[in-house]
Design a binder for this molecule. Structure first.
Ligand code: LMR
Length: 336
């Protein structure tokens, strides 16, 4: 009721805010899709000098949206002003990948950006700021951010694999001709790259006769073990090819899903995929930023334990871990 005390606004930083994902994301945040319909927000948008005018245009549009939950907009090219007291940081900023470029090509410039932003967040963000890295190479950018912002707890630095998770749910739903909301407990393991392992072994579908495992419903093991996996692994590249631009609306939507579930909790009986700091679970090298199945409660994620891993899965989980170990050493060599 109107007697209820209004919640304090949450300050959300978005870097690279004048880009495609930012443009799709801004109205979602302002409408409460990210933090809930009763949570006022203040949006801090950061971009580089060359984008300052475009950023001002986005600010004008946010004002013109007359969003009831939007309590303020900061549009700036000053990293200190952008980071000041933010509670959530969504890192879209980076050198984007173009058609035909490998993710490794974008590595060297991006790790320098993430090293610098680590320092800014550490010094100016709220002490318990939750960070989500989206810009590629997302896991390794998050790793660099973690290593150069030692005062931010590892628990608060994550990268986006929810987009891959949602893509996998979408492909299962299309295959089985069911509603996507009836499919759950896909796992995306590892790197947000073409080595990621989307795993349907633990996934289920809500049917009129109860929950059925995806493996039972899709008798075609070959599809699940080949085409399903490569479709998800290559989906980002397929969208770049089709749009001549990276995925944006699906990325923005996944960002909202990631933050919402992290802050407000995952529904009972359901997990989601997040790139988080490995604690050695499932034999993954501690300290790597690796996508795991997680549940969230009271603003904290925890890795789902005890899933049965067969030989096929083990090999795929290890190969994406190995790519991350390589990216890590490449990143450090870029830093000199
Ligand atoms: C995506 O998954 O859509 C992007 O990460 C694609 C890419 O690699 O730039």
């Amino acid at each position: 009721s109107s007697m209820d005390a209004e919640k304090e606004p949450v300050k959300v930083l978005v870097t690279g805010a004048a880009g495609q994902i930012g443009y799709a994301l801004m109205p979602m945040i302002a409408r409460g899709v990210m933090l809930g319909p009763d949570q006022p927000v203040i949006i801090h948008m950061l971009d580089i000098e060359q984008c300052a005018e475009a950023l001002d245009g986005v600010k004008m549009e946010l004002i013109d949206g007359a969003f009831p939950l939007l309590r303020g907009v900061v549009a700036t090219t000053d990293v200190v002003e952008a980071c000041r007291d933010v509670n959530i940081a969504v890192m879209l900023g980076g050198i984007p990948r173009k058609e035909g470029m490998e993710r490794k090509d974008v590595m060297s410039r991006n790790v320098l950006i993430y090293k610098a932003q680590a320092a800014a967040l550490e010094q100016h963000a709220a002490a318990d700021c939750k960070v989500l890295v989206v810009a590629n190479p997302a896991n390794t950018n998050a790793l660099i951010l973690k290593e150069f912002a030692p005062s931010i707890t590892d628990k608060n630095i994550t990268c986006l694999t929810r987009l891959d998770h949602n893509r996998a749910l979408g492909q299962i739903a299309e295959k089985l001709k069911v509603h996507v909301s009836d499919v759950k407990n896909i796992v995306v393991w590892g790197n947000h790259s073409s080595t990621q392992y989307p795993d349907a072994d633990h996934a289920s579908v809500a049917t009129s006769s109860g929950e059925r495992s995806v493996r039972d419903l899709i008798a075609d093991d070959k599809w699940l073990n080949t085409e399903f996996i490569t479709t998800i692994q290559q989906r980002g590249a397929a969208i770049i090819k089709a749009r001549k631009l990276s995925s944006a609306l699906s990325a923005a939507s996944a960002v909202c899903d990631h933050i919402r579930d992290w802050v407000l909790g995952t529904p009972k009986g359901t997990w989601v995929s997040m790139g988080v700091c490995s604690d050695g679970s499932y034999g993954i090298q501690p300290g790597l930023i690796y996508s795991f199945p997680v549940t969230c409660q009271h603003g904290e994620w925890s890795i789902v334990q005890g899933l049965q891993i067969d030989e096929f899965s083990r090999a795929k989980m290890d190969s994406t871990a190995n790519e991350l170990i390589e990216e890590k050493s490449l990143a450090y060599s870029c830093l000199g």
